[in-house]
Design a protein around this ligand. Sequence first.
Ligand SMILES: [Ca+2]
Ligand SMILES: [Ca+2]
Length: 200
Amino acid sequence: MYMHTAVRASPVACVRGNADTHRAPPAAQVEELKLVSNFTDTEVARLIKIFNDIDIDRGGTISRDELFKLQAFRANPFLGRIIHVSGFSGDEGEGEEATLSIKEFAELMSVFSIRASREQKLRYAFKIYDCDGDGKIGKDDLRQTLDVITAGKMDHDFMTVVVDQVFQEADEDKDGFIHFDEFAKIVMNTDIEGKLTFDF
Ligand SMILES: [Ca+2]
Ligand SMILES: [Ca+2]
């Protein structure tokens, strides 16, 4: 059988005598990904396979479009928009498309997994709403988030009403910002946790 020589081979020696075409991922990679996630060995292996399937050009990173190939994101528009809002924060260069490494992908999937705590999910959701990243949600943050979540379809005046209402209710100490504890209270009775969870 022809053996291609692409430089994708792992530095870890191949296991001999195993004809399985689905090579097991290198143990070091599995351990590394387990450190940044809450997954088991089997789940990490599945995650690596998913990543490699999406990463068609085998560039080692996935773009937002590639991520959206995952059924879970298509089936849950809320999730997809959240990813869109989050903009893969941390690695956007000027004018460059943000991408995820496998490690970042594992972290992301970990937050959305059934293993993540409600607190972890809420912290993540909070970060998404906090567009300017100053640790609190201002009215501008909320406007921007609503704009993305509703795909720009929310009428400007109506949005002002909604934003004012949310602040009226959530901003308990009236400092003009929604802090994490205030945020946690207003989403307490919503299914935000369910929306931020999927099985893969
Ligand atoms: Ca903010
Ligand atoms: Ca406040």
